[in-house]
Design a protein. Structure first.
Length: 253
């Protein structure tokens, strides 16, 4: 029960890593506000937590919308009394390389993946400080460190957005330390969520993973959620400003 009196806001909690993280934090004792642009999916996550005996509520909103984020923070405080933790998980990718990449796609991916984390952290930090301090985890990726291209192109806009998350994490760690708020990032490798549209359990995908990973299998969302829970907890009380890979050894070579 790491978070017996904790209250966490998880963005992108309607599916994938966000859903698994919300469930893990609730199992570890936190009250969780499940925030997602898909309100039905957010409510499904919250209902799953409540059915398992946990405490959760749902909210709908786009992380690019400051007003929606303010409303989510207010809802968490109104429902659970305070806010102590934030998981900046919401993100997306489009599968286009440089030649086909449009300005609209660039703006969308940068705005959701990077600006969305900035807006949410800026909005939530004062509330976390008012609650006595806490921690933030931003979702990055191994693609903040290396370019991953399984075909003729990569996704430059995605790499740029997640490279920005790495440095935003360091900057926020510096800025928010006086408010008793730690800030770290988790950088997953290939996670079995369908995020990229690929089936990571297919023989073709597994053959590609074997060329890069020391443990060549898709990462499960719950495995990422467990690391996020650790970084948010008091067990990581002197860890701030880092990006921790959860990648099955992808970055070793």
């Amino acid at each position: 029960m790491r978070f017996e009196e904790g209250v966490a806001l998880v963005t992108g909690a309607g599916s994938g890593i966000g859903r698994a993280t919300a469930a893990r934090l609730a199992a570890d004792g936190a009250s969780v506000l499940c925030h997602d642009v898909n309100g039905k999916a957010a409510e499904e996550t919250a209902e799953g937590i409540r059915s398992a005996g946990g405490r959760a509520a749902a909210s709908v909103g786009d992380v690019r919308d400051r007003t929606a984020t303010k409303d989510a923070v207010a809802l968490a405080i109104g429902r659970f009394g305070r806010l102590t933790h934030l998981v900046n998980n919401a993100g997306l990718v489009t599968m286009h390389g440089l030649d086909e990449l449009t300005e609209e796609e660039w703006d969308l991916v940068l705005d959701v993946n990077l600006k969305g984390q900035f807006l949410t952290a800026q909005t939530a930090a004062p509330a976390i400080a008012d609650g006595g301090g806490g921690a933030i985890v931003n979702l990055s990726t191994v693609e903040a460190e290396v370019v991953v291209a399984s075909g003729p192109h990569c996704q430059p806009h995605y790499n740029a957005s997640k490279g920005g998350v790495k440095m935003l994490t360091k900057a926020l760690a510096h800025e928010l330390a006086p408010m008793n708020i730690r800030v770290n990032a988790v950088a997953p490798g290939p996670v079995a969520t369908g995020f990229s549209g690929a089936d990571l359990r297919s023989e073709e995908a597994l053959a590609f993973l074997r060329t890069r990973m020391l443990f060549p299998r898709p990462i499960e969302p719950a495995e990422v959620g467990g690391v996020i829970s650790f970084l948010l907890s008091d067990e990581a009380s002197m860890i701030t400003g880092i990006q921790l890979p959860v990648d099955g050894g992808w970055l070793v070579h």
